[in-house]
Design a protein around this ligand. Structure first.
Ligand SMILES: Nc1nc2c(ncn2[C@@H]2O[C@H](COP(=O)(O)OP(=O)(O)OP(=O)(O)O)[C@@H](O)[C@H]2O)c(=O)[nH]1
Ligand SMILES: [Zn+2]
Length: 379
């Protein structure tokens, strides 16, 4: 596992890494930080012409239907890094007319997975190592200049990361909306992300169905009171509501920007300023409408020995994730922030495109895509 973490650190610093997959090794360079020099270096080192690995979401944005999660686009020797970056992430990015996507190799798929774990733009330039260059590349790996790792390790990492949560430390922190609160910190095994469970009230006196809020981090809203979203108000309102209901848990999850990370969320905001809604802006960057998974939340609930819950959310996906993870959700309560001039478009998109139950805030005329909450069947 440690090799994956090291690789992600190198990629985040803009360095290429070598991914070994089924006997065909590929050199991977993140799209972020890719320039003409990097393209030329990748070509020289690998002995082959690099290609661009893109997600299905980005391909859809470029007008290409792709059943698989990713595909590879050829990069011609005459193409500049600026053009390649535009294909991968510009709102008006267009492919050359003769560009045809090829199926993504296991190495390319693993490359995109690393970009996602590293919270980079999910696009990478990959180049297959030719037989002639193999010895030279292996020498670089042996001397420690290039890091190498097998594609399977990256797949396994993505699958298992939620199962290695360590309860690291805790403390009593009285909050203005809930004086009796205890912060319990959990760290993922790789040390890259930390999540916090805030235990509110006297845990011995909690109701049989524990009020639970799963709150995904939003630095801009939670901390600075951004008016672009409703997160900060939902956070404080949840703490208050949990306290009022006799105590429960707020899981503060390191899933900034629906899982795409703060850097990408800021990019997405700039795209929204150009007219796109929150879902389309993420798609331009290569992301799906919601990149979050709730394995970490389920693991935290398990470690806290919570099995029956009342969930504070307007998001049907969270209910599904809990029910599918074996948690019994006996009830749902909405949690609302104020409607503002600046967040109306965002809340509209949440209701219309992701089916969030926001009629209370937006008024009855807002059409939501899903039926009201019915008690889900649990295992
Ligand atoms: N990518 C992206 N993320 C956003 C945007 N606005 C807010 N977010 C993120 O959306 C997430 C909202 O998380 P939550 O408040 O837990 O959940 P929710 O999906 O709105 O569902 P509720 O439980 O009903 O509040 C946070 O991670 C925010 O950072 C945006 O425009 N783009
Ligand atoms: Zn927010």
């Amino acid at each position: 596992m440690r090799q994956v973490e090291r690789a992600i650190f190198d990629l985040r610093r803009g360095l290429p890494v070598l991914v070994r997959a089924n006997g065909s090794d590929v050199m991977v360079h993140p799209l972020e930080g890719c320039d003409d020099e990097a393209l030329a270096a990748l070509q020289a080192l690998s002995g082959s012409q690099p290609a661009l690995a893109l997600t299905r979401h980005r391909l859809a944005r470029l007008g290409i239907d792709n059943d698989a999660a990713a595909a590879l686009l050829p990069i011609d020797a005459a193409d500049t890094a600026e053009e390649v970056i535009a294909w991968a992430s510009a709102e008006d990015g267009r492919l050359p007319a003769d560009s045809r996507p090829a199926p993504a190799s296991p190495g390319a798929r693993a490359a995109l997975e690393m970009m996602r774990i590293g919270l980079l733009i999910p696009a990478a330039v990959v180049a297959e190592i030719t037989v002639e260059r193999r010895a030279q590349v292996e020498a670089l790996v042996a001397e420690g200049s290039v890091l190498a790792l097998p594609a399977e390790q990256i797949d396994a990492y993505a699958e298992h990361r939620s199962h290695f949560l360590k309860r690291t430390s805790e403390a009593q922190i009285p909050l203005s909306h809930a004086e009796e609160s205890r912060f319990v910190m959990f760290r993922e095994a790789d040390g890259m992300r930390e999540h916090i469970a805030i235990l509110i009230g006297d845990t011995q006196a909690w109701n049989d169905a524990v009020p639970v809020r799963l709150h995904s981090a939003c630095l801009t809203g939670d901390l600075f009171g951004s008016l672009r979203c409703d997160c900060g108000e939902q956070l404080r309102e949840s703490v208050r509501a949990i306290d009022e209901r006799g105590g429960g848990v707020l899981l503060y999850l390191a899933q900034e920007g629906r899982g795409i990370g703060l850097a990408n969320k800021l990019r997405a905001y700039t795209l929204q300023d150009g007219g796109l809604d929150t879902v389309d802006a993420d798609q331009v960057l290569g992301f799906g409408e919601d990149e979050r998974t709730y394995g970490v939340a389920l693991e935290m609930l398990e470690q806290l020995q919570i099995q029956r819950i009342e969930l504070l959310t307007n998001n049907p996906e969270k209910l599904n994730a809990m029910a599918q993870g074996g948690i019994e959700v006996v009830n749902r309560r909405g949690v609302y922030g104020k409607l503002t001039r600046q967040n109306q478009r965002y809340l509209d998109a949440k209701a219309k495109r992701a089916g969030h139950w926001l009629e209370e805030v937006l008024g009855q005329e807002s059409e939501t895509r899903v039926a009201p909450f019915k008690r889900p069947v649990t295992k």
